[in-house]
Design a protein around this ligand. Structure first.
Ligand SMILES: Nc1ncnc2c1ncn2[C@@H]1O[C@H](COP(=O)(O)OP(=O)(O)OP(=O)(O)O)[C@@H](O)[C@H]1O
Length: 255
């Protein structure tokens, strides 16, 4: 469904992404891993349109998204979370979801959020998302007052509020405990079971190897391996790439 073809992004002399081709199948969880600086976040930024590729194309169900603006890609069904959480801290949990559901940009979010609070729309879908993310008791709490784990859950719920076909998760378990990682794994599986295809960037190997149908590995902007979690873990190039990186070889092997 989502197809990247010979995608590259160069920043001056840095080849952050260097000719990556990948195809995600409808309804799968696809893990994208690699040592620090290997090009994972840049790949997501190319898919969402935050960056324009130096070469290559991004297609969704055969439609070329490469020249589309970010909001057009959102409308086509592409949603993401960020490595560094980006919520509207001055809006409540429910308002954050409502704003995302209605596709409003940041500059209008504040005003619209107030309108929502004053008795605007309360959609059943928002209620469902609050339940899904275990945030129903926090619906009227300002996002800035949430715990870190709750913020991460709200980020994912917010991405789902735009009713995506493909969800791009950029290190959703960063800073999370092992237990939080397990809860997150359940949420990701549930998301897939609802028909959303998932691209998961993650350093927590136990999580990514445990839930991905397929995994691709980047190193220096290039894809060095692709296959089932077991195939990737057994791959000599992959083990070599992880040796000496911050995310150790051992983590990969013992996941
Ligand atoms: N806007 C930018 N300008 C210049 N260089 C960049 C930019 N964004 C990324 N890079 C460089 O591109 C390379 C890939 O970065 P990227 O953030 O995609 O890696 P990553 O695999 O997501 O890393 P991490 O696991 O640490 O998040 C790095 O060398 C990075 O310094």
């Amino acid at each position: 469904m989502l197809a990247l073809d010979s995608l590259s992004k160069h920043f001056g002399g840095v080849r952050a992404v260097d000719g990556i081709s990948l195809t995600l199948k409808e309804g799968e969880i696809f893990g994208l891993i690699g040592p620090n600086g290997s090009g994972k976040s840049t790949t997501i930024n190319l898919i969402t349109g935050l960056y324009t590729p130096t070469t290559g194309t991004v297609r969704l169900d055969g439609r070329d998204l490469t020249a589309m603006a970010q909001h057009e890609r959102t409308a086509m069904g592409v949603a993401r979370t960020f490595q560094n959480i980006r919520l509207f801290g001055n809006l409540t949990v429910a308002e954050n979801l409502w704003v995302a559901q209605n596709g409003h940009e940041q500059r209008r979010a504040h005003f619209l959020g107030r309108w929502f609070r004053a008795g605007g729309e309360h959609s059943p879908e928002i209620g469902e998302l609050l339940k899904f993310s275990r945030l129903h008791s926090k619906r009227d709490v300002q996002a800035s007052a949430l715990s870190f784990g709750e913020m991460r859950r709200l980020e994912m719920a917010r991405a789902l509020a735009s009713r995506p076909r493909v969800l791009l998760l950029d290190e959703p378990a960063a800073g999370a405990s092992r237990e939080d990682g397990q809860i997150l794994a359940e949420r990701i599986r549930e998301t897939r079971d609802r028909g959303v295809t998932v691209l998961l960037i993650e350093h927590m190997m136990e999580l990514v190897m445990g839930i991905s149908d397929r995994v691709a590995v980047l190193n220096f902007g290039r894809k060095i391996a692709e296959g089932s979690p077991a195939e990737v873990q057994a791959n000599a190039d992959v083990r070599a790439a992880y040796l000496g990186s911050k995310h150790k070889d051992e983590e990969l092997i013992h996941a």
